[in-house]
Design a protein around this ligand. Structure first.
Ligand SMILES: [Zn+2]
Length: 289
């Protein structure tokens, strides 16, 4: 992915931006030192979410819109296989690595159950995949280079681009929450829509669209249509400037601080002092003893 010579430290995903807002030190270690997957911590609910999100990607990929519910259950099994294969191939660098210990038969059947209920509630009427140059790839991945003093890159992508009822493309992120109401309350409906729309803007424009809608679909509340934002794609340069400022501000931050929350795996990690030294040696943080 480094064909354009933009160093990884100048490449940002939505998760990286969220991590910076959560804990500076954790962000530095995960993003600047590249330990995102190594220190990731999984849980059952994330594993369920991963299975479901992969299953809907597969459904779109093979356009399994008119298949029986029994057939669609096999998509969850296929998702499980894909997660296991990725972990085998990439080891500690696998996006799914932290979920391995939670990938139990119970979690798989929980995901199957939720997938089935989702289908029943939408009466089998899945929104169809919008075919763009990128969305039809086997592993779609969007990126946008942002010109700055040094080039920056935004990368990642939504779970799908679907065709809305009115024909407007819907850039969709599917969400699963253990506690649905709490999850809805904590949703980032500011940065997330902007990042996903900017990532897909060129791809959608090339396909002839001038408008798009970012939308959240909840696995456990399929008929909920409340979480969305509409964008005029000709305004993409404004979004780009907004995110450029945010990323530049992050890259200018060299003063380290620690959230010290009990659940922060990085602040509480035994290698904390060592990582701090590494960051200081790279000139990425000021190390005050
Ligand atoms: Zn922390």
């Amino acid at each position: 992915m480094a064909w354009d010579n933009i160093p990884r430290i100048h490449c940002f995903s939505l998760g990286d931006l969220h991590e910076f807002d959560r804990c500076f030190f954790s962000f530095f270690v995960k993003h600047h030192l590249g330990k995102k997957y190594e220190v990731a911590e999984g849980n059952m609910s994330q594993a369920v979410g991963c299975l479901l999100d992969l299953a809907i990607k597969k459904l779109h990929q093979i356009r399994a819109y008119n298949q029986s519910p029994q057939y669609l259950q096999t998509l969850i099994k296929a998702a499980e296989r894909e997660m296991r294969e990725d972990i085998e191939k990439r080891g500690k660098n696998s996006f799914y690595g932290a979920q391995l210990e939670f990938l139990t038969p119970e979690v798989v059947s929980r995901a199957q159950e939720i997938f089935k209920k989702y289908m029943q509630q939408i009466a089998g009427k899945f929104k169809k995949l919008l075919l763009t140059e990128i969305s039809q790839k086997q592993k779609p991945f969007w990126q946008r280079v942002i010109s700055s003093t040094q080039d920056l890159k935004l990368w990642g992508g939504p779970d799908a681009i679907e065709i809305g009822e009115d024909g407007v493309p819907e850039v969709v992120d599917y969400k699963y929450f253990e506690d649905l109401e709490r999850g809805k309350g904590n949703l980032d409906m500011d940065l997330m829509p902007k990042v996903y729309i900017l990532l897909c803007a060129e791809d959608l424009k090339k396909s002839g669209f001038s408008k798009a809608r970012f939308k959240i679909r909840f696995w456990e509340d399929p008929l909920n249509e409340d979480f969305y934002e509409e964008f005029d794609l000709t305004n993409a340069p404004n979004l780009e400037n907004y995110l450029k400022d945010k990323i530049e501000r992050i890259l200018r931050t060299t003063e380290v601080s620690f959230c010290e929350r009990d659940y922060c795996r990085v602040c509480k990690h035994p290698q904390k002092a060592e990582w701090l030294k590494q960051l200081a040696a790279l000139g990425l943080v000021e190390h005050k003893v």
